[in-house]
Write a protein that binds this ligand. Sequence first.
Ligand SMILES: [Zn+2]
Length: 57
Amino acid sequence: MPLLDWRDARHFDASRDLPCVLCHRPTSMRSHDREPVHKVCAEEWCDQNPTSDRFHS
Ligand SMILES: [Zn+2]
């Protein structure tokens, strides 16, 4: 399982915060599918859904 690489600027939208798809609190982080999501929320989701590639780069 590859580690998430969220240092990439594509994963950060400085223009606006949107509600995290998992915890619904504002975040400027984006997944590779442009879903607003916190890094910690995505990592937790991946732990709970190990067969999904939803939040993997
Ligand atoms: Zn979140």
